[in-house]
Design a protein around this ligand. Structure first.
Ligand code: G6P
Length: 608
């Protein structure tokens, strides 16, 4: 899951490429590089590490150019090293950046080695450069050579390519990985997503799967998978350039945690009227689809999967049969396909390869309809689904997902109500839920007030190696999400358990060095959870409990209690998420990890 930026302009494009890469670093960040055209030659600068390393190397080099491609990498084939960093070249004439995986690269490599090509990297991308070079040597024109190369590639990829003696020209190709073309006055761009280009343009077009494009300063040509010239609609991004800037915050994650009241309000905006939800938010085809749905299959990865788990508690409580599965599992197993089933994919990016593939598989084997709950309007999942409901979280940069999650939950509650109406949810219940949903922004603000207290409590965690998160009911997935956040950014091993399972194994781990975090909202499972808390205390465990003051859980030497303001059980999974996010943030801060870009992870996993 790498990030690509390319530019063809009439003034120096190095600053645009570097800024674009910084904005794409969320896609991966173990190395970065640029290749530019300079007086009939290709010049390349690559560095291991974050984009800032490349930035300073470029500043030292004094390089400037009007045509160039750039890349930030998240290693899939070959370790993070300068030799493996993109762009990759062939015979100093072709330079390529790629996002994705070329699945048949071994075969292509063997063939190219047989033809005399020497490989300088362990990457799958290098075959693309040599293959294009080979076709050019065979007498093909540059665009034709790229087309013929793409026809040989198996897998999913997005490419940007330049050629040493073709100034002012760049070729792009897309199959399975996202790629857009940005349009501006006398300059054109290629990028993985529009956020990379916002400082220079908000006008762009999205390439379809199988498209190739060719850009120069003044024109754009797009050719589809059948080889016919096509025009793709020009769009205008509504994202503000500064939406992806840090402002007063130390980290994007903290900024995004604090944006949640607004993001959830934006997600609900225009979708609630009086004491009802407005189903029209799902689009005109949705009513017929929901009417015919008798079963809901939710598919997602990571944090989005946890949102799906919470939703399954809501849906089943309204009588809607529902199953939730991790996309990478769903796509590779046999299914007994339920009748009249709606597949719901949940994804922040809309580009997660496993989720896209699982959706494709679901439709292939006979699931009837598809709904995507997503934060990126132009994404593959949205385009591949029958209907969609956008979360309005705004761009999320921190790799550890926060506001995307809470907005997904808000959107899923709308969906659960829309479906519940068709099963056994009555209008009074809907009215009560809607009135609770309207309180969400204020309740989120209240939960954020715990920030300072949590910063204090976090000090006790920073030297721990392990932790256990407990929850029950719809708060079990919230405990899972809390554990995921902590491990992602603080690197502390964190496991979540349904509290009732404690005695079936994890209790053996509990001692004074294993902090136990319990999510204990004031609901009908509270007494059960209190028993679990006693089980921990009896084994010398130390507890941190998130509960409301009326829950009657007293602080003791071995029990710390963080008081969460009273909240209705219907929306409490959203509210109890906030203190857990803050906890992991402060622990990571104390540990000094790279909060926004944790090691080995990437924001958008566009490869399997
Ligand atoms: C990556 C990210 C997670 C995210 C998951 C699913 O692992 O680091 O934060 O939850 O992908 O991503 P999606 O964009 O499909 O929600």
């Amino acid at each position: 899951m790498c990030g690509i930026v390319g530019a063809v302009a009439n003034n120096d494009i190095i600053p645009v490429l570097v800024e674009g890469l910084k904005r794409l670093e969320y896609r991966g960040y173990d190395s970065a590089g640029v290749a530019v055209l300079k007086s009939g030659n290709l010049e390349r600068v690559r560095r291991v590490g974050k984009v800032r390393e490349l930035d300073s190397a470029l500043a030292d080099s004094g390089l400037s150019a009007t045509t160039g491609i750039a890349h930030t990498r998240w290693a899939t084939h070959g370790q993070p090293s300068e030799a493996n960093a993109h762009p990759h070249t062939s015979a100093d004439t072709i330079a390529v950046v790629c996002n994705g995986i070329i699945e048949n690269h071994d075969e292509l490599r063997a063939d190219l080695v047989g033809k005399g090509y020497a490989f300088m990297s362990e990457t799958d991308t290098e075959v693309v450069a040599h293959q294009i070079h080979f076709f050019i040597e065979q007498g093909n024109e540059f665009f034709e050579a790229v087309t013929r190369t793409c026809a040989l590639l198996e897998g999913a990829y997005a490419l940007a390519i330049i050629k040493h003696d073709e100034p002012n020209r760049m070729i792009g190709a897309r199959r399975g990985s996202p790629l857009i073309v940005g349009l501006a006055e006398n300059e054109n761009y290629i990028a993985s997503d529009i956020s990379a280009l916002l400082p220079v343009t908000n006008r762009y077009l999205v390439l379809d799967d199988g498209d190739l494009c060719e850009i120069n300063q003044h024109s754009i040509r797009v050719v589809d998978a059948t080889g016919s010239e096509v025009s793709r609609p020009i769009r205008e991004s509504k994202i503000k350039a500064d939406a992806v800037e840090l402002g007063e915050y130390r980290h994007y994650m903290l900024k995004e945690i604090y944006e949640q009241a607004t993001a959830v309000a934006d997600t609900l905006d225009g979708r609630l009227a009086g004491d009802r939800i407005l189903e029209q938010a799902f689009g005109p085809e949705s009513a017929a689809i929901f009417d015919s749905t008798r079963f809901v299959q939710i598919i997602a990865c990571g944090t989005s999967f946890h949102a799906g788990l919470v939703a399954s508690y809501w849906l089943e409580s309204f009588g809607v049969p529902c199953r939730v599965e991790i996309a990478s599992e769903f796509r590779y197993r046999a299914h007994a396909v339920p009748d009249d089933a709606l597949v719901v994919t949940i994804s922040q990016s809309g580009e997660t390869a496993d989720t896209i593939a699982a959706l494709t598989e679901a439709m292939r084997i006979g699931f009837k309809h598809s709904l995507s709950i997503c934060n990126v309007p132009e994404s593959s999942l949205v385009r591949d689904s029958d209907i969609c409901l956008m979360t309005h979280a705004g761009p999320e940069i921190g790799v550890a997902s926060t506001k995307a999650f809470t907005t997904q939950l808000a959107a899923l509650m709308l969906f659960a109500i829309a479906m519940g109406r068709r099963f056994n949810m009555d209008s009074d219940t809907e009215a009560r839920l809607v009135s609770e949903m309207k309180t969400l922004p204020a309740k989120i603000e209240q939960a954020l007030n715990l920030d300072e207290d949590i910063a204090e409590v976090a000090k006790q965690f920073a030297d721990k190696d392990h932790s256990l998160f407990l929850g029950r009911g719809a708060h079990y997935p919230i405990a899972m999400e809390g554990a995921l956040k902590l491990k992602e950014i603080s690197y502390i091993h964190a496991e979540a358990y349904a509290a009732g399972e404690l005695k079936h194994g994890p209790l053996a781990l509990v001692d004074g060095r294993m902090p136990v975090i319990a999510v204990a909202p004031n609901n009908e499972l509270l007494e059960k959870l209190k028993s679990n808390i006693h089980e921990v205390r009896a084994r010398g465990g130390r507890l941190l409990v998130f509960a409301d003051a009326a829950a009657g859980i007293e602080a003791e030497e071995d029990v710390q209690v963080m008081h969460v303001a009273p909240v209705d059980d219907s929306i409490s999974p959203i509210i109890y998420t906030i203190p857990l996010q803050l906890l992991s943030y402060h622990v990571a801060l104390i540990k000094g990890t790279d909060v926004d870009k944790p090691r080995n992870l990437a924001k958008s996993v566009t490869v399997e």
